[in-house]
Design a protein around this ligand. Structure first.
Ligand SMILES: *Cc1c(COP(=O)(O)O)cnc(C)c1O
Length: 386
């Protein structure tokens, strides 16, 4: 194999996908409740996005950001309006979006310190790895960038006690995704916002996983009425086309001018076509309301079906970003589910994470609940025997 072994891969080769369904090289079908890790929010090969990319393929693929790109501006307009913000910078990934946010916050405030949270995840580049509050991700790379400080998540009093004039920004996830599908409390998130205002620091919300309708709002911070200065997003933004974005307030404009920052590929015509079509589909009140309804139904059915299992501690999350916290290892559950035809993923060692496409059918949700209940029942039975 000519690849660096940076991934533990499941023994599965997906050769085609359509909606929530994917098929492997043996012809076996699966319900995909991973969606490429919250990427394929409209399912696999959504016709509207496919058509938009095909149309752009027949015009021009890439021109560089040296020239006007009207479709990029159209995508930016939809994105900034949905976020209640003003300007967009397009890049190619979540980590790059967070890099842009970190650079902009430091340049705008003239300060260096950035507060992030334990168990957070912000990416794998040097700055975003340093921002990430998880030692296992930082191990072996030597000294990190020194200007990040990690605070306990959902701990109101520790944030309250920050009195520091050097803080450029506080960067936070509304729901910690990789950290275990842990929703922030309203009190905590409001306190973070309040502290930013008090310190003259910027509020950066990392919506790389929670954005683009995943939780039933365009962005998850909209559940809490927060007013971020910068929002970053990526995963679901292009329905699988690699693209990221940083979105910010108009008053930051002067700090990101020609020559301040850039990306060769960022927002190229193909990526912008994917973004525009994706957002036009997801950012409507009808679509988002259905995500809320489906998320509520999924959560309630899981909770009902899993009551009485001593190994299940909690079903949590928002919209169609749910986690089943278990007292055992979650990974064996993922393997058993795959054998039964359901793809899921872990979030940390003890959480089964469920991220179906946002247009998943109710019937598919029911099938998933049945299979999840079945594997948990089997695991409890085999643990009792042992
Ligand atoms: C996935 C993720 C990232 C990193 O995104 P990449 O596209 O892998 O660089 C950053 N922040 C959060 C919250 C994520 O879930």
């Amino acid at each position: 194999m000519s690849l660096f072994p940076t991934y533990n891969r499941f023994p599965l080769t997906i050769v085609s996908g359509n909606g929530t369904k994917v098929t492997d090289d043996n012809g076996k079908d699966y319900l995909d409740f991973v969606s490429g890790i919250a990427v394929c929010n409209l399912g696999h090969r959504p016709p509207i996005v496919q058509k938009a990319i095909e149309e752009q393929l027949n015009k021009v693929w890439h021109v560089s950001n040296l020239y006007e790109i009207p479709i990029q501006e159209q995508a930016a307009e939809i994105l900034s309006e949905a976020a209640d913000l003003d300007y967009v910078f397009f890049c190619n990934s979540g980590a790059e979006a967070n890099e842009a946010a970190i650079k902009l916050a430091r340049k705008h405030t003239g300060r260096e310190k950035i507060i992030t949270f334990k168990q957070s995840f912000h990416g794998r580049t040097f700055a975003t790895m340093s921002a990430t509050g998880q030692e296992k991700i930082q191990e072996g790379f030597g000294s990190l960038l020194p200007t990040f400080e990690y605070f306990p998540y959902n701990d109101v009093s520790s944030i309250e006690e920050v009195h520091d004039g050097h803080v450029a920004a506080i960067m936070v996830e509304v729901i910690q995704g990789e950290g275990g599908v842990v929703p922030g409390t309203k009190e905590f998130l409001k306190k973070v916002e309040e502290k930013c205002r008090e310190l003259g620091a910027l509020l950066i919300i990392d919506e790389v996983q929670t954005g683009i309708g995943r939780t039933g709002k365009a962005f998850a911070y909209q559940h809490y009425g927060l007013d971020p200065d910068i929002v970053t997003t990526a995963k679901g933004l292009g329905s699988g086309f690699p693209v990221g974005a940083m979105i910010g307030k108009a008053e930051l404009e002067g700090s990101f001018q020609a020559g301040s920052h850039g990306s060769t590929f960022g927002g190229n015509p193909l990526a912008s076509a994917a973004v525009k079509a994706t957002l036009q589909e997801i950012f409507t009140s009808d679509f988002l309301e259905e995500v809320i309804n489906k998320g509520k139904a999924f959560k309630r059915k899981l909770q009902e079906s899993l009551t009485g299992f001593s190994s299940v501690s909690e079903v949590r999350g928002e919209g169609l970003m749910l986690g089943v916290a278990v007292q055992t290892e979650a990974l064996p559950l993922v393997h058993s589910l795959r054998e039964k035809g359901l793809l899921a993923v872990v979030a940390g060692p003890n959480v089964l994470r469920l991220l179906p496409p946002l247009n998943v059918e109710y019937e598919e949700i029911d099938q998933a609940v049945t299979l999840i209940t079945e594997v948990i029942r089997q695991q409890e039975a085999s643990l009792q025997k042992a």
